[in-house]
Design a protein around this ligand. Sequence first.
Ligand code: THU
Length: 133
Amino acid sequence: MNEIEYLIDIALKNKNNSYSPYSNFKVSCVVKTKSGAIYKGVNIENAAYSPSLCAERSALSSAISEGEREFLYIVITGDSHDTFPCGVCRQFIREFADDKTKIIIANSIDDYQIFTIEDLLPHSFSNKDLENR
Ligand code: THU
């Protein structure tokens, strides 16, 4: 199993921890940092709906809360074929991804695609816009 397959395997195994009683749509995200640490996240829904949290922001928030800032891999797997991050999560990822961060959209360990944040969110607003302020 290569590094990407290993991360997808963790994401697939953790998908059942999704708390999604309203949509019945499970999403799982695994991130690997430049320091080598791995963090997991799932979507966490809420009876009031709008407080719901996506798996990507869940995983990244866990990593960021431990002091991590730089990411090598962001692996996403969900209940649809090719579950892509929502618009809010693309913007959230933008803050912490560089052009080397691999965003993996995975269906299984042998069926996945690799993107950069520039692929998923071209012409984005980012911390670069706020430089020298
Ligand atoms: N969801 C995610 O967690 N990540 C995505 O990339 C797409 C959508 C969640 C939000 C909600 O809990 C459920 O999937 C259905 O929209």
